[in-house]
Design a protein around this ligand. Structure first.
Ligand SMILES: Cc1ncc(COP(=O)(O)O)c(C=O)c1O
Length: 394
């Protein structure tokens, strides 16, 4: 068959392939990126569904506008006010997960051969999406407090990329969060002559999941030119809803609406209306607080188990929020080789290589702490520590 040229380089998500291996219930999986299902508000959704269907009836099941349900767009716009960001509901487009937001922005901005800045390491789903558009990646190093701003400035000046894609809060995969200074510096670089050809895409699915330290404003707060923000209900309500959004200047939203019409007409009317009803009748902040508490405990269990069971040469990030922790193994170790040894010990993680666009990162790996109990996390880390220890001895 004559498939499109882009399929020659398209790759399946490595993580989805790993999840097949971890279907064995004896394996403690620290691999996926699944939120904790105990916090899915099932009973409240039964109520919200009944109430919304009762009140709005057929409108819940009808086609609707591409832009999205007005009540939901207004809710999202209002939530940005706490940062002093004034989005009007017209500047919010509801998307089928923030993953679709990435796809729409890629369609709107990217031509084959364009350069795109991603972080090193970067979010795999974004790398996968951008790859389908035949782009050149110009990766920039991620440091403990955010992107290497000197390197960013240099790449923007030299490569004139179309997009700079960043996850400034509790990044997937590294757990790294940008400091306030780095946020301001990025906004200044984007405004400087070096950044004038580049649009910032700020992806923030984890920002509300902070359990230590101080919440920080989006980079957008400091921006002096248009940019796009991606948001999602996946990690704060439920990922199966597939509801996210793009918050951006009107000219960007209008272009995205055009390509979304061609992609799926609109995001599920039913899901949007039931979610809007849930948000009207329940306290989202109180709900998020419960998730934060659980994840904070799980993160603590993982950090403590790593301190106890990993050899001291292995370096671990200690994130202040989100769902992931990032390990750098000692010199000479390969996380791909460790994966096989870990499966023998019945524990799984995600090797770091797919998060790099240049094939590097072979000593790195990602661990998830949102989807296992503290006891399972402690046991999983103990097993992984054993596998690392054996690898160092051999
Ligand atoms: C950084 C980042 N962006 C976007 C997504 C996609 O989320 P969703 O499409 O469920 O909103 C994820 C999911 O894990 C993510 O980690």
């Amino acid at each position: 068959m004559r498939f499109a040229t882009r399929m020659q380089t398209a790759q399946r998500s490595f993580i989805r392939e790993i999840l097949k291996v971890t279907a064995d219930p004896q394996i403690i999986s620290l691999a996926g990126g699944l939120p904790s299902p105990e916090h899915f508000p099932c009973a409240a959704f039964v109520e919200a569904t009944r109430a919304e269907l009762g009140d709005a009836g057929p409108a819940c099941l009808q086609y609707s506008t591409t832009e999205g349900h007005p009540e939901l767009r207004a809710f999202i716009a209002k939530r940005y006010e706490r940062w002093g960001l004034n989005f009007s509901p017209d500047e919010i487009l509801i998307t089928t997960g923030s993953q679709q937001g990435l796809d729409l922005l890629a369609k709107v901005f990217l031509d084959p051969g364009d350069a795109v800045v991603v972080e090193r390491p970067g979010y795999l789903g974004a790398i996968q999406t951008f790859s389908l558009f035949g782009v050149r990646f110009t990766p920039v190093e991620l440091e403990d407090d955010g992107v290497d701003t000197a390197a960013l400035e240099q790449v923007l000046r030299a490569e004139r990329p179309k997009l700079y894609y960043t996850v400034p809060n509790f990044q997937n995969p590294s757990g790294v969060t940008f400091s306030q200074d780095k946020r301001v510096a990025v906004a200044e670089i984007m405004y400087s002559p070096s950044g004038e050809d580049t649009v910032l895409i700020e992806d923030n699915p984890y920002g509300e999941l902070r359990f230590l330290g101080q919440d920080l404003p989006p980079i957008r707060k400091f921006m002096r030119k248009p940019s796009a923000l991606l948001g999602s209900f996946s990690k704060i309500v439920a990922p199966g809803l597939r509801i996210g959004w793009i918050a951006a200047d009107k000219e960007v939203i209008e272009q995205c609406v055009t390509v979304k019409q061609a992609a799926d007409l609109h995001t599920s009317t039913f899901a949007q209306r039931v979610l809007a009803r849930f948000l009207r009748d329940n306290d989202l902040d109180a709900h998020i607080e419960k998730i934060r508490k659980t994840y904070g405990e799980r993160r603590q269990a993982m950090v403590e188990a790593i301190r106890e069971h990993f050899p001291s040469q292995a370096k671990a990030t200690e994130p202040e929020g989100g769902m992931f922790l990032w390990i750098t193994l000692p010199e000479g170790c390969s996380s791909l080789a460790l994966f096989d040894a870990a499966i023998q010990e019945k524990v799984a993680f995600v090797p770091g290589v797919p998060f790099y666009t240049d094939g590097s990162g072979e000593r790195t790996l990602r661990l998830n702490f949102s989807n296992a109990t503290p006891e399972r996390i402690t046991e999983g880390i103990k097993r992984l520590g054993r596998a690392i220890g054996r690898m160092l001895e051999s």
